[in-house]
Design a protein. Structure first.
Length: 95
């Protein structure tokens, strides 16, 4: 039973990465492999989400840790990874 649960967790993780990639590239409309603050602002506006410029700039300053004025896919994964995913032992259930 544990093996099959592990395979399902692996499939779930791959689905999450693929979905995250699709989401990233929906923001990165220039397909440069990075998101700028302007890209994020335009995406949020397109979604009908209004965030004051100073708040977005503050969020950006926190997450653009290397001060490159862009967030790469790996950095984006690190940001998204802060979301609490189920632990493997929770997904496996009882033995």
């Amino acid at each position: 039973m544990r093996f099959f649960a592990f395979v399902d967790v692996g499939n779930l993780i791959m689905s999450l990465i693929n979905s995250t990639s699709d989401f990233f590239y929906s923001i990165d409309t220039k397909k440069q492999g990075k998101i700028t603050e302007g890209d994020l602002s335009a995406f949020l506006k397109k979604c009908g989400i209004t965030i004051p410029d100073d708040e977005l700039s503050h969020w950006w300053a926190i997450h653009d840790q290397d001060n490159s004025n862009s967030i790469t896919f790996d950095e984006f994964l690190a940001i998204i990874g802060k979301v609490n995913l189920p632990r493997e032992e929770d997904a496996l259930g009882p033995e």
